[in-house]
Design a protein around this ligand. Structure first.
Ligand code: ADP
Ligand code: MG
Length: 247
């Protein structure tokens, strides 16, 4: 979806998703629904299956069982590039950019991969870089820009896929408090600005409680609960599993 454009709302439905690695149930019967315009937070301790869930939903790994649908069209069982074309994009916990390409070229490549002409890709890249405040760096090599901006560039690349849904895997990792606040502000605006649904994975509870009207909590691959930040904070199982006694 291009900035400013409007589109009918879409829904992403993850149903009874399971992923096992040689007997380890990394994702164990997880179900949730997200619509465009929404932000869903995905939280849980280290190793609770968050990244694996994203890998399965985006088609990087095959599901052991369960389904993923976008607007009733099944995406599970399809290859990653087809899932991307069906409207599901992501960023990685560990930044993956073309460090030897410029910032603008990084976004252009994603847009061309989506099937855009070179000319349209240049236009989309310029719009996205302006939108995310990366314009001053557009001619700089991606590997040479500050870390916080590399994270934003990853987001620009995901948005260049013209997705309906974007998974952000720990977008605030390595950011200081000020950068993290700036990021929260930026993320809050994305669903309405781009007509997308955002699924955010993050350890920073302050950021998550601030950003996400709804949180889905995993532990050992299973859903503990889903609810508002207040509901989640009040859930004893969550406190024991994740937040610790100090929360
Ligand atoms: N490719 C893999 N092969 C085997 N085990 C894996 C693989 N990826 C993740 N795991 C295991 O699955 C569990 C969930 O990991 P992960 O999804 O990375 O958790 P999180 O992102 O919540 O920290 C962990 O026990 C992890 O060791
Ligand atoms: Mg992870």
């Amino acid at each position: 979806m291009e900035p400013g454009a409007t589109a009918p709302s879409s829904v992403l439905e993850v149903a009874h998703l399971c992923k096992s690695f040689a007997g380890l149930k990394a994702v164990d019967d997880v179900s949730f629904t997200v619509s465009t315009g929404e932000i869903l937070g995905l939280i849980g301790p280290n190793g609770s299956g968050k990244t694996t869930l994203v890998n399965v939903v985006t088609g990087l790994l095959p599901a052991t069982s369960g389904t993923v649908h976008v607007d009733g069209h099944r995406t599970s069982g399809r290859k990653a590039y087809r899932v991307a074309r069906a409207g599901i994009a992501r960023t990685f916990q560990t930044i993956r950019l073309f460090r030897e390409l410029t910032v603008r070229e990084n976004v252009e490549v994603a847009s061309v991969a989506q099937g855009r002409s070179r000319r349209n890709a240049v236009r989309i890249a310029d719009e996205l870089l302006a939108e995310l405040g990366l314009e001053p760096y557009s001619g700089t090599l991606a590997g040479e820009i500050p870390f916080a901006h590399q994270r934003k560039l990853e987001m620009a690349r995901a948005l260049a896929m013209e997705p309906r849904f974007v998974f952000l895997d720990e977008p605030a990792a390595g950011l200081n408090e000020e950068e993290s606040d700036g990021l929260t502000h930026l993320l809050k605006g994305l669903p309405s600005r781009f007509g997308i649904g955002l699924i955010v994975i993050e350890h920073d509870m302050r950021l998550m409680m601030n950003l996400c009207p709804r949180l889905h909590v995993l532990n050992y691959g299973k859903t503990i609960t889903e609810g508002t930040p207040a509901e989640v904070r009040a859930n004893e199982e969550v406190v024991t599993a994740y937040l610790g006694s100090s929360a």
